[in-house]
Design a binder for this molecule. Structure first.
Ligand code: B3K
Ligand code: ZN
Length: 854
């Protein structure tokens, strides 16, 4: 039985209409009080079209007064229905004044104006501003803002430049017209770590990273990352910062990673605070890239914003692409590409292949917050990568220059974006646009034909399976990067891009003296699934010889995946694969970071996907067993080499988070994770005691938990770090992720009773609940206890923070992949969610899309 109740009316891209008023200036005055904050808003407006003045207003806004040009309107002169306020407005220009009161202390949603640890803070994207004051809360209504804050709190911040600061008062002016979603306000007892930056045209900018007292010594890396980002955007994109001050604030209660509010970025403290003792290499890398991402939004998002929320990928896909380029430049290009592809496949391919599949530019939504997805972000970035590959680096640069020149100050669309590429390069992007409109991951099949006259023919077919609401999938343009290697490993034809535009197409290369080995989809040149028949020997050859590091890694990954699939079905580990790992370990010139990636086995989820693709029903327990068996086999076969990798990659001296040191640690810890399968936790126990940094500490603890040798260390870890919330989060997540699958739900349940399981804190909730859902065989326990546990917590969370509940519900999205018994249990859990009274529209939309999968 599927849910047949109508989901709330969707918003459609085709219904877009321009707003009939402009706001010439927005003036806001806040008198902060935890339970009764007063907001006066003066909007200087000009009518531009017909109709009433319609504003958005959240249910929690107590609207006290409405006036036009100073004339108070009687209560019956305006109407308030649902989330809209309708006011008859005059022709020409006028000032609309409203006075409202809101209760931040009662706001548990982390949206609008709320409190986090006694600090006032805001989150307005996408539609949070309406919970603060009535406003046309849509991205195409842009205005310069002046914000006055009355409060006794010591630090009072908003967007733009400081205009006045005195006891109990601050005034901020932001000269750059912006939509309401970029508004921000912060007030609290905060400490700054400060620095400055001189822009390329000589403007001085004050930089501050604001944190809670006591956290100052963990904010330095965020500041360094900010300065690097500012410099990089000048050097690579010619983009300069445009205000006198740039503030970043770290907040403990935050729904996502961070937010690019103009001049006042607000961050989840997890993405600001780092010290060697508390943060891992992965945390450092993520801090660096998210600081960059939010900073880069200043141009791609803020100066040029989106016309409507359907265009979200215009800012997000592009800004992800830019932050990926930044990390590539600062760290290792090969490692970054592999990490990005791993994440894309794990999250976006999964989304594209399930009930939540949607285009990079969706055409309908019920709750826009449900569309901040891997498809919009990560596939959105891949689409830009393809565009760059197709038009070349020069074409890309010309197009971007034109984009900034033509659209600065605009709320733009994907059509605008593609038009600058067409105008700058002369290329027709009509077919390319399908990447924005058509959901689903294309399956690209490749066959080779060799004739003895020296001609190689590559035959490709592309097919995109149907996705919800889209059955027809015409062919897309796919850039396929191909290189040819001679049988002795030399590159005979360097990388070239084949442009596929038809459903079936062939490309020939003449004049070859011997049959080459084809290295295809180099650098993962398009977000597609490549299928080709290849022997294990050919894969092993590419793993040893390919000149493209991504393709090398990919060949190894395929070998690992193939042997795991066979092992799930009872075969022994493939000796070809085990030998290839041996050769990799013996290669003295190998880059440690790349080697570490090659030693990381495909995740259990990835194996489950591969089994479904092969037409089998995945059994999570069998997958877990096979993966463990392969890891143990690698460890016993290569114990000596792994032990050397473990010992020799110890990084001496004080901890540094740079790519080289992190790469060595990654190799050392990848070796540890394998050896842990045969040494019964011995090395992990030793490392846990001796480690001087969190990267090794956390890996050692995780290995100990996996080896079930952990009681003392788990207790010690908590005692040592109980006062550092971000480390306590790790403590919750490590235990659930690394738990033996058969114990995972019980562990999660036990931890949910812990006094420090402050579940209303989004990070803590994600740590525990997300930890369990990341434990594939644990979450998919046959008795359905994982599904029940998740459903219980989603329902509980939905009452306080619907965004977090909705986001976490996507753990159910792959339910239709498993056996009938698991399916029935997952459906029962989803039905229970859908039957709950008072469900938010966020969770309702997600659960019903997921539930109706099959
Ligand atoms: N733009 C924000 C995300 C807002 C999410 C709203 N649910 C952060 C970012 O992508 O940079
Ligand atoms: Zn973003």
């Amino acid at each position: 039985m599927s849910d047949t109740r109508p989901v709330q009316q969707p918003t459609l891209l085709s219904d877009y209409r321009p707003y009939p008023f402009v706001i010439n200036r927005t003036r806001l005055a806040f008198t902060l009080d935890p339970s009764a904050t007063k907001i006066r808003s003066d909007l200087e407006m000009t009518r531009q079209g017909d109709g009433d003045l319609v504003l958005d207003i959240g249910a929690g806004v107590d609207l006290r007064h409405v006036a036009i040009d100073g004339q108070e309107l009687a209560d019956d002169a305006w109407t308030r229905t649902g989330e809209t306020l309708t006011i008859p407005a005059p022709a020409g220009s006028f000032t609309l004044t409203t006075q409202s009161v809101i209760d931040p202390s009662a706001n548990t949603t982390c949206e609008g104006l709320y409190l986090s640890g006694g600090m006032f803070c805001t989150q307005c994207e996408a539609e949070g501003f309406r919970h603060i004051t009535p406003y046309p809360d849509r991205p195409d209504v842009m205005a310069p803002f002046e914000v006055t804050i009355h409060s006794d709190l010591p630090v009072l911040l908003s967007n733009g430049n400081p205009a006045r600061q005195e006891e109990g008062l601050a005034v901020w002016t932001d000269p750059w017209p912006k939509p309401a979603y970029l508004f921000a306000l912060v007030a609290g007892d905060l400490r700054a770590v400060s620095d400055s930056f001189t822009t390329m045209s000589g403007n001085h900018v004050d930089l501050n990273v604001w944190v809670r007292p006591g956290d100052e010594d963990r904010a330095g890396f965020a500041m360094e990352s900010l300065i690097k980002s500012m410099k990089w955007d000048e050097e690579v994109y010619g983009r300069e910062y445009d205000l006198e001050v740039f503030n970043i604030v770290a907040v403990d209660d935050f729904n996502m990673g961070a937010m690019e509010n103009k001049g006042l970025n607000i961050f989840n403290s997890k993405l600001v605070l780092a010290s060697p003792e508390t943060a891992t290499d992965a945390d450092y890398e993520r801090i660096e890239s998210v600081i960059a991402h939010e900073y880069f939004h200043n141009w791609t998002g803020n100066r040029i914003t989106c016309r409507d929320w359907f265009q979200l990928c215009l800012k997000e896909g592009l800004t992800v692409f830019r932050d990926q380029q930044f990390t590539t430049d600062l760290r290792s290009a090969a490692v970054k590409r592999i990490e990005d592809v791993l994440a894309l496949r794990a999250r976006q391919f999964r989304e594209d292949q399930g009930p939540l599949a949607h285009p990079v530019r969706p055409e309908s939504y019920v709750e826009i917050n449900n569309f901040y997805t891997a498809t919009v972000y990560e596939k959105g970035a891949e689409v830009i990568g393809m565009l760059k590959r197709l038009v070349g680096d020069d074409g890309y640069k010309k197009a971007l220059d034109l984009y900034f020149e033509r659209h600065d100050g605009d709320a733009a669309t994907i059509e605008d974006w593609l038009k600058v590429f067409e105008d700058a390069t002369g290329r027709d992007l009509g077919q390319f646009k399908r990447w924005y409109s058509d959901a689903g991951t294309p399956i690209l099949k490749m066959e080779e034909d060799w004739d003895d006259a020296g001609k190689l023919t590559l035959r490709f077919t592309q097919i995109t399976p149907p996705t919800p609401g889209q059955s027809e999938k015409p062919p897309r343009v796919i850039p396929i990067a191909v290189g040819l290697l001679s049988p002795n490993g030399d590159e005979v034809v360097p990388t070239q891009i084949l442009e596929m535009t038809e459903s079936a197409q062939e490309f020939s290369i003449d004049g070859l003296s011997a049959r080459p080995v084809v290295s295809a989809l180099r650098g993962f040149s398009a977000p597609v699934i490549l299928r080709r028949d290849q022997t294990a020997a050919e894969r092993a050859f590419l793993l040893s010889h390919d000149t493209d590091p991504f393709a090398r890694w990919e060949a190894g990954r395929q070998l690992a995946r193939d042997t795991l699939l066979a092992m799930v079905n009872g075969a022994a580990a493939d000796p070809e694969y085990l030998d290839a790992i041996g050769r990799l370990l013996a290669d003295a010139d190998a880059d440690p970071a790349l080697l570490a990636l090659c030693l990381r086995l495909p995740s259990e989820e990835e194996i489950a996907v591969a089994l479904s693709e092969a037409g089998q029903t995945p059994d999570p327990d069998a997958i877990h067993a096979a993966r463990e068996a392969l890891a143990a086999e690698i460890a016993s076969r290569h114990e000596r080499a792994l032990n050397s990798a473990y010992r020799e990659n110890e990084v001496p001296g004080p901890y540094r988070p740079d790519a080289e040191s992190a790469g060595k640690r990654a190799l050392r810890l990848a070796a540890l994770a394998l050896l842990n399968r045969i040494d019964n936790g011995a090395r992990a126990a030793e490392l846990y005691r001796s480690a001087g940094n969190m990267t090794e500490r956390a890996a050692a603890l995780s290995a100990l938990i996996a080896a079930q040798k952990y009681e003392k260390e788990v207790l010690d870890f908590f005692t040592e770090f109980s006062h550092i919330r971000l480390v306590v989060d790790k403590w919750f997540s490590l235990q659930t992720i690394a738990a033996k699958p058969e114990r995972a739900v019980a562990v999660a349940h036990g931890l949910s009773q812990h006094p420090d399981f402050d579940w209303k804190n989004p990070n803590r909730f994600r740590a525990l609940i997300g930890g369990l859902t990341a434990n594939h065989a644990g979450f998919h326990a046959k008795d359905g206890s994982g599904y029940e546990f998740l459903a219980d917590w989603l329902l509980k969370m939905d009452e306080v923070n619907p965004q977090i509940a909705a986001r976490m519900s996507s753990a159910f999205e792959s339910w239709a992949r498993y056996d009938g018994e698991r399916q029935a249990r997952a459906k029962a859990a989803l039905d229970r969610i859908l039957a709950a009274p008072g469900l938010s529209k966020n969770l309702r939309e997600m659960a019903s899309r997921i539930r109706n999968a099959a």
